[in-house]
Design a protein around this ligand. Structure first.
Ligand SMILES: [Zn+2]
Length: 241
């Protein structure tokens, strides 16, 4: 079991939807940003299914979710740098076209650490989460070797570490005790998701927001107990990329 990577100089977090990165690794990114790490979000889909309202204006929802994602990224202490691949929500494939895009951004951003969904998590239902996980692993393989996508105008790049959140078998922990508030603030920047994801019906209702915060705190405290700290995020760590 590992605890605490050395702060990377650059990190790329790859999520299926706006808000996934904050749930998966928001505290870790906030900690690294505070220590001078450059943070870039790569969001694979447009988040266009993130509403329970059948009359929702989908184009407006997509724009709102992009703004929320930039605000969330800034709340983590980053510069709000977010790349949107814009694939339709719920229809993300882990095919060659998508892999080329992810490899291109790994080559452009040149992160030391890549973070993403664990594609091997058992009993996972949402295909976008599974496929975004495979795009992170497959994207790294393509990004590091020059004969993959040689037409790209960015040199190959090999990150040092891949951290997978929602891990099937976590073996790496990052303490986030001092950065839990930043994680919560970033999550709550995704206001359009209060109802469908966070079970908050009334955004002005303090007790509903507090119940959501408590749910997150309980979760990070459970991981923290594994390694003797107050709050942590858990990952599967893959080195030797
Ligand atoms: Zn998601």
């Amino acid at each position: 079991m590992h605890v605490g990577l050395q702060t990377p100089s650059r990190a790329l977090a790859i999520g299926a939807h706006p808000d996934d990165v904050e749930f998966g690794c928001g505290g870790t990114l906030a900690k690294w940003a505070a220590a001078g790490c450059d943070i870039v979000h790569l969001i694979c889909t447009d988040g266009s299914k993130g509403s329970w309202d059948r009359a929702e204006d989908v184009a407006r929802l997509v724009a709102t979710r992009q703004e929320e994602q930039r605000a969330a990224s800034r709340a983590l202490g980053g510069r709000g740098e977010v790349v949107f691949l814009g694939w339709p929500d719920g229809e993300l494939d882990a095919g060659l076209r998508q892999r080329a895009e992810v490899a291109y951004w790994i080559r452009r951003v040149r992160p030391d650490v890549v973070l993403g969904h664990d594609p091997w998590r058992r009993y996972r239902l949402h295909p976008d989460h599974r496929n975004a996980g495979f795009l992170a692993t497959d994207g790294i393989v393509a990004a590091r070797d020059p004969h993959f996508f040689p037409e790209q105008d960015a040199p190959p790049h090999r990150p040092t570490t891949l951290l997978l959140w929602e891990a099937d078998e976590p073996d790496h922990f990052e303490e986030i005790t001092d950065h839990l508030d930043a994680k919560l603030a970033a999550l709550l920047a995704h206001r359009s998701q209060y109802r469908s994801t966070m079970r908050v019906e009334d955004p002005e209702a303090f007790d509903e927001l507090e119940r959501f915060r408590r749910r997150i705190r309980d979760h990070t405290a459970t991981w923290g107990r594994q390694v003797g700290v107050a709050h942590a995020e858990a990952f599967k760590r893959i080195g030797e990329l």
